[in-house]
Structures are given as structure tokens and as C-alpha cells.
Design a protein around this ligand. Structure first.
Ligand SMILES: C[S@@+](CC[C@H](N)C(=O)[O-])C[C@H]1O[C@@H](n2cnc3c(N)ncnc32)[C@H](O)[C@@H]1O
Length: 224
């Protein structure tokens, strides 16, 4: 999938190639010391919202948040389109019998019972603005009416680096180089609270948006 100048523009294969690097670096206290306060606060919120619930996790990656949610949830089904990241997630420690894994595209999970709640960490920023409706309809459809959804992602930090490219729909793109030298262009959007409220207006109740230093975390209930 390498295009012009050897740049890979496929986000799914970016995370396949980045699986090990992401697992080592994304939340590591030595790599990300400044994010630890947000990670602690987000963990508290996730455990609070998901206590005793059956949780479906989309785009679970190597399972960092899965380990945290599993401590409080009744059960968690962790899914991701990339087998490479699910393999890493399977190796982590979880409370006995609570976690199941499935390699699956979040837009087509296949046969899946409705869950009490859903979590999507650090996936919303990779959704094209023109696909927000499609994404939210898909994830809300996996949760029982009135169930809880939590989405979390990076906010625009205090000194944002400008996007490497912006398209006519206003989507931002970043050029990233992995440890193996491969170059990837990925969508990286920073939706505002107003944008999120607007796109969720007719499909949610009780929306709560919390802006931390590096992350935002959004909680809502699906419409009944
Ligand atoms: C930034 S990582 C987030 C991983 C994890 N949720 C976290 O917060 O650490 C994005 C993840 O989305 C997954 N992904 C991308 N497109 C997907 C799709 N269509 N369906 C399911 N997972 C997808 C990638 O494989 C990758 O693991």
C-alpha cells in the first residue's frame, strides 16, 4: 500500500506495523511521564462507569485500557481489526474468566449480543469527519438502548504542531515514521466539544465531556 514517496496511507496497517512499539511506549511512565496524571484520572472514570457491566471494547489495541476496565466490569469483549495487537492484548494479565478477544472490524463486528456499555480509546481522532455519523451509528448499535458509551482521545495540546496536511473537509493528517523507518500518513483530528455535542445531539442523552491536560473523555447514554 505504499504510495508516492514510499508513504503508506493505510491507518490499519500503520497500527499492525506499530503494534509492538505502541505497546511499549503509549502509556509507559518513562516514555510518557507527563501523561500519568491523565491516565490515572481516566482509569478512575472508566472503572466508575463500567462497574458491573458487560463492556464491548472497539479498537482495543494491545489492551492497556482492557486491563483497567476488566478490574471493574462484569465482563469485557476486546476487539480490534489487527490480529497483531490482539495477540499482544491476550498476553496481559486479567481477572480470571472476564475477558474475551475477537479480531474484528468495528464497522462489522458480526454476531455479537448487545452489551451494557462500549469503550473506544484513541480511535475517534482517526475517523474522517465525514464518517462521524457512520461511526456513531455503528457503535451505538452494539449497545442496549440507554447503555453507556465512553470515548477517549488526545486533545489539542497547549502548543499544537500544525497538521502536516489538511484536506477540503477539514481533516488533519500527520506524517509519522516508525522505528523501522517506514513512513505513514494518518488521519489525526482533534474534534472540539461543540463538534462532539453536535454530532451526538440526536443519538445520545446525558453527555458528559471532560477535558484533561492531554486527553478528553466523553461519556453518554445511547438513546432509548
Ligand atoms: C491508537 S490505537 C488505540 C488502541 C487502544 N484503544 C488504546 O487506547 O490504547 C488505534 C487502534 O484502532 C485499531 N483500528 C483501526 N481501524 C479499525 C477498525 N476499522 N476496526 C477495529 N479496529 C481498528 C488499530 O488496529 C489500533 O489498534
Amino acid at each position: 500500500m505504499n504510495g508516492e514517496n514510499g508513504i503508506n496511507r493505510d491507518m490499519i496497517s500503520y497500527y499492525k506495523d506499530r503494534a509492538q512499539e505502541y505497546d511499549r511506549k503509549a502509556y509507559d511512565p518513562h516514555e510518557q511521564p507527563e501523561r500519568q496524571a491523565d491516565i490515572k484520572e481516566a482509569s478512575r472514570i472508566l472503572q466508575d462507569v463500567f462497574t458491573g457491566k458487560s463492556v464491548l471494547e472497539i479498537a482495543a489495541g494491545p489492551g492497556f485500557w482492557t486491563t483497567i476496565i476488566a478490574q471493574a466490569a462484569k465482563s469485557i469483549t476486546a476487539t480490534d481489526v489487527n490480529e497483531a495487537v490482539i495477540d499482544l492484548a491476550r498476553k496481559k494479565q486479567y481477572p480470571e474468566g472476564k475477558v474475551t478477544f475477537r479480531v474484528a472490524d468495528m464497522y462489522a463486528l458480526g454476531d455479537m449480543p448487545l452489551h451494557d456499555a462500549l469503550f473506544g480509546g484513541f480511535i475517534f481522532s482517526h475517523i474522517l469527519k465525514q464518517d462521524y455519523d457512520k461511526f456513531l451509528d455503528a457503535i451505538n448499535g452494539y449497545v442496549r438502548p440507554g447503555g453507556s458509551v465512553v470515548l477517549m482521545d488526545n486533545n489539542r495540546t497547549l502548543t499544537p504542531r500544525p497538521a502536516d496536511r489538511t484536506d477540503e473537509q477539514g481533516n488533519n493528517y500527520r506524517l509519522r515514521t516508525l522505528e523501522d523507518g517506514s513512513k505513514h500518513e494518518i488521519v489525526k483530528n482533534y474534534p472540539t466539544q461543540e463538534e462532539l455535542r453536535s454530532v451526538l445531539r440526536n443519538r445520545s442523552t446525558g453527555m458528559d465531556f471532560k477535558n484533561m491536560e492531554h486527553y478528553w473523555i466523553l461519556t453518554y447514554r445511547t438513546s432509548t
